[in-house]
Design a binder for this molecule. Structure first.
Ligand code: ATP
Ligand code: MG
Length: 716
């Protein structure tokens, strides 16, 4: 194979090619959106394999999402004309961390079948720790401590290393102590949380040089996508590994750093050449993704941020369509109008797969989902913890978890009395105490209690039956297909029946979700593989394989691209999000602006921004003010379709002082007539909309917690 002839290299520009062909030593590709950074990484893997520089299992490749890992695997396969099999170390930080930890679990005081707690379990466990210490969790909410612990873990701080001042802020200075107790409980349960998936390998590498050296020998080449969003723990993890071969290639864009709120340190990318001496730095300037107007708009917007490196981005195609900005009366109309536009595109032959709706907060999704159901438009919700967060799914998962690891106490607690079996809190407490006293699993403790006659007769029979059932199900793991086992368990436990008998409106939907759960298990080889997947990704691609519109958060959209992108909800308070303004001031605003930049640069041909004059937040209708980001879009690249009616809230002039003459001032609709269909509909809606919170159907909406949706998810 002559290098220059390799097919996969054809079509790269000279800078990209340089980045692909510089195989030895540290490399950083620092470049804007859509310049082919990810493509460089993929091609680099193909190049390493094609030249025989390393075998597939000697390459460590870190992506930000599981979806990205899947795509990278497929693309490498395509480039090489053969499957990229054996790339065991291609995945997210978490999935690779899990793999490492399972191999050396004993060294970390765990068994290799440890469970990975999700946020819900984590909070439940912290509640127990607080209760045991008699700390009032009204005054000191478990969620708050969970957030603090996550933050410490992101910064790779063990309980002993937590700065005194920070520990002081929780429960009269007991933050670090409670963190230590929580860790001890995790170990007792043979469990880890997400943070541990990185922290434990770091500790392992530091304390067991032979283990680290083993990985130094193994990983001949290391590649990391989205490097701007690595946190301190991830950075330390990489640094330890890169002491080996030093062939570390990272790609990233400081303008797309959007996980600061979760501990990402954009500094990591800025100091790369100091950390990895002799690093080669490659810049890419040609954007192959978006047409001219879209790219201009995005570049102009991000230029408002201070403290950035600054980059040139040159479009490679025509100017194309302008970015459109459109207003609606309220979020319902926004969903209707976007639904109409999508139908129109669809009937003109555009594929739904090439259309995405990117929202700032996941509560915005529901209205689109409902609208699409009405229209009969196929859609999928991606990236959120939504599906697996539902109560029925969590219950079903709890059954499966107990079957796979009988020691999983949190899961056992969740379902021991669901459906109702007459096993009250007292019984559950007895079981837990017994398990602790005897150092046995909960099912085993339950059995002992029954045998010893320490439980009332009626409860005893129910508990006995349950324990026997679990024994039987566990025994069937290797004997039957995991999907059939799951179905059987849900039937025999009476769980499905519980919903079938339920008369509430949601029951039918819950039964469908349970079916979907079993369907989603099919793509996994066995139960363990499935459970691991769920604890790691918490997402299910609905409507898989079918042409469907994608609905997801801006955060989840990183790295992806679509022909048409809708960006609804550009309103002050929602986007930029009030929480990030309140908590992080100017830095928070800049991160929000980077998020807007990420959103716009996902579009290849059409970017469509929307804002509503009224939105229901915390269940209350509120009038809203157009986002300041709208004013920051350059006029020549933008078409304003229609402004909202001149009702509602205060004028834009009051905001932050410098937005006096907004083009989107509600008092002076820009470039619009009052005779658009949207405005007329808005008039009709008005009486309806102002009728108060009860005027519309739908569950409670919260903005609270959205920012931390993926790390501190709401309980189901
Ligand atoms: P982001 O910052 O959003 O993650 P990126 O820099 O990773 O973007 P890619 O996703 O790798 O960019 O590439 C963007 C698009 O441009 C892709 O569709 C890719 O196939 C295409 N592309 C990249 N390089 C070239 C090239 N040399 N010629 C033609 N198309 C290219
Ligand atoms: Mg990319």
């Amino acid at each position: 194979l002559r290098k220059a002839d390799a097919d996969y290299l054809a079509g790269l520009n000279p800078e990209q090619r340089e980045a692909v062909e510089t195989l030895d030593g540290p490399l950083l590709v620092l470049a804007g959106a859509g310049t082919g950074k990810t493509r460089v990484l993929t091609t680099r893997i193909a190049h390493i394999l094609a030249l025989g520089k390393a075998r597939p299992f000697e390459i460590l490749a870190v992506t930000f999402t599981n979806k990205a890992a899947r795509e990278m695997r497929e693309r490498v396969g395509k480039l090489l004309g053969q499957a990229a099999e054996g790339m065991q170390w291609l995945g997210t930080f978490h999935s690779i961390g899990t793999r490492i930890l399972r191999r050396h679990a004993e060294l970390a005081g765990l068994h290799s079948n440890f469970t990975i707690l999700d946020t819900d379990d984590q909070i439940r466990l912290i509640k127990q720790v607080l209760a045991a210490e008699n700390i009032d969790d009204k005054r000191w909410p478990a969620r708050q401590l969970a957030f603090a612990i996550d933050g410490w873990k992101n910064r790779a701080l063990s309980p002993k290393e937590v700065p005194v001042g920070e520990a002081q802020s929780f429960a009269a200075g007991r933050g670090a102590e409670l963190y230590a107790m929580y860790q001890a409980r995790l170990r007792q349960l043979n469990a880890v949380d997400f943070g541990d998936l990185l922290l434990e390998p770091i500790r392992l590498f530091r304390e067991h040089k032979d283990v680290l050296e083993q990985y130094h020998r193994r990983f001949r080449y290391m590649l990391v996508d989205e490097y701007q969003d690595t946190n301190t723990a991830q950075y330390l993890w990489l640094r330890l590994l890169a002491q080996g071969s030093k062939n570390l290639a990272c790609v990233g864009d400081d303008d797309q750093s959007i996980y600061g709120w979760r501990g990402a340190e954009v500094e990591n990318i800025l100091k790369f050449d100091r950390d990895f001496p002799g690093a080669k730095i490659v810049r890419l300037e040609r954007n192959y993704r978006s047409t001219g107007h879209i790219l201009n708009a995005a570049s102009h917007l991000i230029a408002k941020n201070e403290g950035r490196l600054g980059k040139t981005l040159r479009p490679q195609t025509e100017l194309g369509e302008k970015v459109t900005v459109a207003g609606s009366w309220d979020s319902g109309e926004e969903a209707r109008a976007i639904g109409d536009e999508i139908e129109a595109l669809h009937s003109k032959g555009h594929k739904l797969d090439e259309i995405a709706i990117l929202v700032r907060a996941s509560f915005q999704m529901r209205e689109f989902e409902e609208r699409f159901i009405t229209l009969g438009l196929n859609y999928r919700v991606v990236g959120g913890p939504r599906f697996y967060e539902r109560a029925e799914i969590r219950d079903a998962m709890a059954y499966l978890r107990v079957i796979a690891s009988p020691a999983d106490a949190l899961a056992f607690e969740r379902i021991v009395n669901t459906p109702k079996r007459g096993l009250g809190d007292v019984t559950v407490k007895l079981i837990i105490e017994r398990a602790r006293a005897d150092s046995v699993t909960l099912p085993e403790a339950a059995r002992r209690l029954c045998d010893a006659g320490e439980i009332k007769a009626k409860a005893r029979q129910a508990l006995k039956d349950l324990v026997l059932s679990f024994d039987r199900w566990t025994g069937l793991i290797d004997k039957m297909r995991h999907t059939e086992l799951a179905e059987m368990v849900l039937e025999e436990s009476g769980y499905t029946d519980m919903w079938a008998k339920d008369r509430t409106a949601e029951a039918q939907g819950r039964l469908e979700n349970l079916k979907e759960l079993v369907r989603s298990m099919e793509q996994f080889e066995n139960l363990r593989g499935f459970l691991e997947h769920v604890s790691l990704v918490m997402d299910v691609d609905g409507a898989r394989g079918e042409d469907a519109v994608t609905i997801m958060t801006l955060h989840a959209a990183k790295g992806l691209e679509y022909d048409t992108v809708f960006l609804p909800g550009w309103e002050e308070g929602l986007f930029p999000h009030q929480r990030s303004l309140d908590e992080s001031g100017r830095a928070g605003l800049e991160e929000e602006r980077r998020l807007a930049y990420v959103g716009l640069t996902r579009a290849r041909r059409r970017a469509k921004v929307w804002f509503a004059s009224n939105r229901r937040i915390h269940g209350m209708w509120q009038s809203s003010i157009p986002s300041r980001f709208l004013d920051e879009l350059p006029e020549p690249d933008v078409d304003v379709i229609e402004a909202p009616a001149s009702y509602g809230g205060g004028s834009f002039g009051g905001m932050g002082g410098s937005y006096g003459a907004s083009r989107f001032d509600q008092q002076k609709p820009f470039n619009s007539t009052y005779d658009t269909p949207g405005w007329r509909r808005a008039q009709e809606n008005r009486a309806h909309a102002t009728a108060g919170p009860g005027a519309r159907s739908g569950g409670p909406m919260t903005i609270e917690g959205e920012l931390v949706a993926s790390s501190t998810a709401k309980s189901a």
